[in-house]
Design a protein around this ligand. Structure first.
Ligand SMILES: NC(=O)c1ccc[n+]([C@@H]2O[C@H](COP(=O)([O-])OP(=O)(O)OC[C@H]3O[C@@H](n4cnc5c(N)ncnc54)[C@H](O)[C@@H]3O)[C@@H](O)[C@H]2O)c1
Ligand SMILES: [Zn+2]
Ligand SMILES: [Zn+2]
Length: 361
């Protein structure tokens, strides 16, 4: 039986998002219906609305979510009704070439629900990142549900489903940050502060936060930044070099996805250091760099998809670290809002007033 719920869609490029009625099928084989309790507003949702990700409108937005499994379809054994779960966009297949070589965090054939959620007129929706969670109940592949300790509030837990995990993983999984390393993070939104929290957790010695907004830099300190640079007033490359004995940082994480900040990251790292691109560029962006510098500076230029995380390994572990008081995930939640407040949340994100607005249902 199909159910009828309220959800938030982006109908056309650049148009304001709207709350509308959405029809959700009952879970089929390998699927789960989840009652969404909380879903964060990520910059990627805005990228969808702006046409930066694709042209498969209408999109059902929202993808940083936690909730309770309501029902499961035939053959689902990993989760059951009543389980508290964080939704992920990496339900690994186990069979692709990445999975077969033992690197499932790169899985090239991840699962989403097979059936489509639709508008009342039958128009199929494209769920953001294969999730779609600004909605009362959503349909996902069962593998997109990762069971975690229900002692964590849903608004806090949901953020691990995308941006905060992407940031933490960019530092620890992709960047290989370990005890004693120097790290710089350019762009201190939810993703960048996740990277700072990850670098802190891993024992980095120097953690430099770079942003153009002093409020963001103050928050970055709460997650473990040892130094801050406002790149409106200070050249970030020179600033990072000065704070690292003139050398540059071992790992520089770009959490914006823009050519100019990528170049800053490239030149602000030490010889043989690592650049991690976790910010998502838009299709028209290009990068020009002297090839001799790419060669001569050595090291690694990496991209981080979802923090190279494995949800089944990383979500329960990070929730436990939070519950033990070692990872302040709750500080990412700036405010809780309703389904009708997403446009305002985008505006607040643009003005730098929030780290994460989280829709609670
Ligand atoms: N790789 C992934 O898997 C993944 C996952 C989630 C999000 N993302 C991407 O990460 C990026 C950041 O997302 P977010 O939600 O943290 O965004 P956000 O808008 O919350 O944060 C961006 C931050 O950058 C700062 N900023 C703007 N211009 C700057 C500049 N020139 N120099 C330094 N700082 C500047 C802003 O003040 C803000 O603090 C987005 O591109 C998003 O799509 C990537
Ligand atoms: Zn796979
Ligand atoms: Zn996201």
């Amino acid at each position: 039986m199909t159910i009828s719920v309220q959800g938030v869609i982006s109908r056309a490029k650049g148009e304001p998002v709207e709350v509308t009625t959405i029809l959700v099928p009952e879970p089929g084989p390998g699927e789960a219906l989840v009652t969404v309790q909380a879903c964060g507003v990520c910059h990627t949702d805005l990228h969808y609305r702006e046409g930066g990700i694709g042209n498969d409108y209408p999109y059902l937005l929202g993808h940083e979510a936690a909730g309770v499994v309501d029902a499961v379809g035939p053959g689902v054994t990993d989760v059951a009704p009543g389980d508290f779960v964080i939704l992920n966009w990496r339900a690994v297949c186990g069979h692709c070439r990445a999975c077969r070589r033992g690197e499932p965090w790169y899985c090239f054939s991840t699962h989403n629900a097979t059936q489509k959620m639709t508008l009342e007129d039958g128009t199929a929706l494209s769920p953001a990142l294969g999730i779609g969670a600004f909605i009362e109940k959503t349909l996902v592949a069962a593998g997109q549900c990762t069971k975690v300790d229900p002692a964590i509030p849903a608004a806090t837990a949901g953020l691990l489903g995308c941006g905060v995990m992407a940031g933490i993983g960019a530092a620890i999984n992709t960047g290989g940050v370990t005890r004693g390393k120097s790290v710089a993070v350019i762009g201190c939104g939810g993703v960048g502060d996740g990277a700072i929290a990850g670098a802190y957790l891993a024992g980095a010695h120097t953690i430099i936060a770079v942003d153009v907004d002093d409020r963001k830099l103050a928050w970055a300190k709460d997650f473990g930044a040892t130094h801050v640079i406002n790149s409106r007033n200070t050249d970030p490359v020179a600033g990072i070099q000065e704070l690292t004995g003139g050398n540059g940082a071992d790992v520089v994480i770009e959490a914006l996805g823009r050519p100019e900040t990528y170049k800053q990251a490239f030149y602000a790292r030490d010889l043989a250091g690592t650049v991690v691109l976790v910010g998502v560029p838009t299709p028209e962006m290009t990068l020009e760099l002297p090839l001799l510098d790419v060669f001569g500076r050595g090291g690694a230029l990496k991209s981080s998809w979802y923090g190279d995380c494995l949800p089944s390994r990383d979500f329960p572990m990070l929730v436990d670290l939070h519950l033990q008081g070692r990872l302040p995930l709750d500080k990412f939640v700036s405010e809780t809002i309703g389904l009708g407040d997403i446009e305002e949340a985008f505006a607040k994100m643009g003005r730098g007033e929030v780290l994460r607005s989280v829709v609670t249902l």
